[in-house]
Write a new protein. Structure first.
Length: 313
């Protein structure tokens, strides 16, 4: 029987349920910039979902997710001028940024409580074809937990809006990852030999990437359900306000005071206590606009799922 792990369950691993030492390190990330801690939580979330959908054990899922929480702890020793730089990094600055892997590794190895999770900080930028860092190792020399975290980390980093780049859509992000999962283009004999030596693989594992597709589709389907519930609510509200407007229009046109008062009471039957009859036209227009926008967004989500299913690795 497949063992499942519900990341969203209150008994599951969350940053506030982690070991006190780990929570302290994560708290330190809060002060670095507006993106690092949010990025950390998102990567851990995606990592957890990947482990679950890969059919990995609960124990490994908890371990791998914890490694993901700690994968960027070395960034607390990267100069703020580099970590928070609003423009892209220079080559020299990028070399300094890359040291967050070895710094994070040393931090873990120097603490008995963090030591079991050192693979997260150390290996999450290694690539299957040897093009990663800090050691440029290849294939199964890279711990599987780090291979999973790398996919989660790249996807979150690409799709997140940062100070130096705008938001990139999910389909475009997945296409970038597909490129990273394929062997480098062969331009000469040297490239062919290099690909052969590294197992003719790309930077990231194809199976993990395919699993990411599944996770994204699941999340998108969940979002569709949630948004559909709200659209149904808006539809009911439009019907309610439309009925109120019908009696409101009659009330405005009515010259007989008694009939006018009667129609006013009819209008109240359709309004909530905090709603003003004078604002019915405005309310109706706002509900219709919200309904239209959300229906359009749901259509886009359905189309996004179709586009993801068409992607080939």
């Amino acid at each position: 029987m497949k063992e499942t792990f519900d990341f969203y369950n209150s008994t599951s691993i969350k940053s506030y349920n982690l070991d006190e030492k780990i929570r302290y390190q994560l708290k330190m990330l809060d002060g670095l910039d507006n993106f690092t801690r949010k990025h950390t939580d998102n990567v851990a979330n995606i990592t957890c979902r990947l482990c679950e959908n890969l059919g990995l054990s609960k124990g490994f899922t908890v371990y791998c997710t914890t490694c993901a929480y700690l994968h960027d702890i070395g960034k607390m020793f990267i100069p703020p001028s580099i970590l928070q730089k609003p423009e892209r990094l220079t080559d020299e600055e990028y070399e300094i940024m890359k040291t967050h892997t070895t710094i994070g590794y040393k931090m873990c190895m120097n603490d008995l409580k963090l030591r079991p999770y050192a693979a997260g900080p150390y290996y999450h930028h290694e690539a299957l074809n040897g093009s990663g860092y800090p050691n440029g190792i290849t294939g199964d020399k890279i711990p599987y937990e780090a291979q999973i975290i790398r996919v989660a980390d790249e996807f979150e980093a690409i799709t997140a809006k940062r100070q130096y780049k705008s938001h990139i859509g999910i389909i475009d992000a997945l296409n970038i990852l597909i490129t990273n999962a394929r062997p480098p283009e062969v331009k000469n004999a040297s490239d062919a030999v290099k690909n052969f030596k590294t197992g003719n693989v790309g930077k990231i594992d194809k199976k993990i990437l395919k699993t990411l597709f599944k996770v994204i589709i699941e999340d998108t389907e969940y979002e569709i359900v949630a948004r559909t519930d709200y659209v149904n609510f808006l539809s009911d509200e439009i019907k309610r306000i439309t009925s109120a407007q019908k009696y409101y229009n009659k009330m405005v046109a009515q010259k007989n005071p008694d009939k006018r008062e009667y129609l006013k009471e009819e209008v109240k039957c359709y309004l909530h206590p905090n709603e003003d009859a004078e604002k019915i036209p405005q309310m109706l227009e706002e509900f219709k606009t919200a309904y239209k926008l959300r229906k359009e967004h749901i259509a886009k989500l359905y189309n996004e799922i179709k586009e993801i299913k068409k992607l080939k690795i």
